[in-house]
Design a protein around this ligand. Structure first.
Ligand code: GTB
Length: 216
């Protein structure tokens, strides 16, 4: 059965692949699962039909037959459990990969999102300049630990897994900040992941939506 995901009709990131449908597309591409996309305007995302799928009125969602999921991490975990290629077969290695997936979504990404939110919603406040270094330091503190864990390895724990997919998706949100480059192994880590053919296919697909919307 071909799943359907939802994505922005008019992506606010202008096709930079930062919205969270990108990571779901990437996961589906990694396991070579074809998928369909239903594009939504901001207003459609807040209508009852979408709220029944995603109570917070956000993208992405995932529908496959009777199953409807929201929350990108849960969707990626579902894809990784149903298809080979995103989680190791060995049960302990699988549990470790899931641990790093949750670390990416629950520990690393929140400090990155906090920084991003401060940039676009607080930069006009008179206390912004005082607070920004504190927010940046929290990001650096988390990346220091991540960088130490990654060391010279290509991936977080053995082969590429859903953990790397979620972690890199979070780290790429820092691309224009310059912070990633302070960690000599993290920038190459994101480049290595983004060079994967599955990432490239997912990126091209979401960019095509943005370009299509521009042409209308
Ligand atoms: N925890 C949820 C998940 O992982 O699925 C979070 C989903 C989420 O934040 N969705 C956002 C959304 O639907 C899009 S991705 N927002 C609309 C709303 O809340 O009304 C977050 C996002 C948005 C924009 C950019 N950007 O412009 O760069 C980047 C990321």
């Amino acid at each position: 059965m071909i799943p359907t995901i939802t994505a922005f009709k008019n992506a606010p990131d202008r096709g930079r692949g930062l919205a969270r449908d990108m990571r779901v597309r990437w996961a589906l591409e990694e396991v070579e699962q074809p998928y369909q996309v239903r594009l939504l305007t901001f207003s459609e995302m807040k209508q009852p039909a979408h709220l029944a799928l995603q109570p917070f009125g956000q993208i992405p969602t995932y529908e496959e037959g009777d199953l409807a999921l929201f929350e990108s991490g849960a969707i990626i975990l579902h894809i990784a459990q149903r298809h080979a290629g995103l989680l190791p077969q060995d049960q302990n290695a699988r549990a470790r990969a899931m641990t790093w997936m949750f670390t990416a979504a629950g520990t690393i990404e929140p400090v990155i999102v906090e920084r991003e939110t401060a940039q676009y919603s607080e930069s006009d406040k008179d206390w912004f300049a005082q607070r920004q270094p504190l927010v940046d330091e929290r990001v650096r503190a988390h990346l220091t630990i991540l960088s130490r864990h990654l060391g010279n390895a290509d991936w977080l724990d053995g082969d590429f897994s859903a953990a790397d997919l979620v972690m890199v998706s979070a780290l790429l949100r820092l691309k224009s900040s310059g912070i990633l480059e302070e960690f000599p192994n993290l920038s190459p880590y994101t480049t290595r992941a983004a060079s994967r053919p599955a990432y490239q296919r997912a990126f091209a697909a979401q960019l095509a939506v943005f370009k299509g919307a521009q042409a209308c």
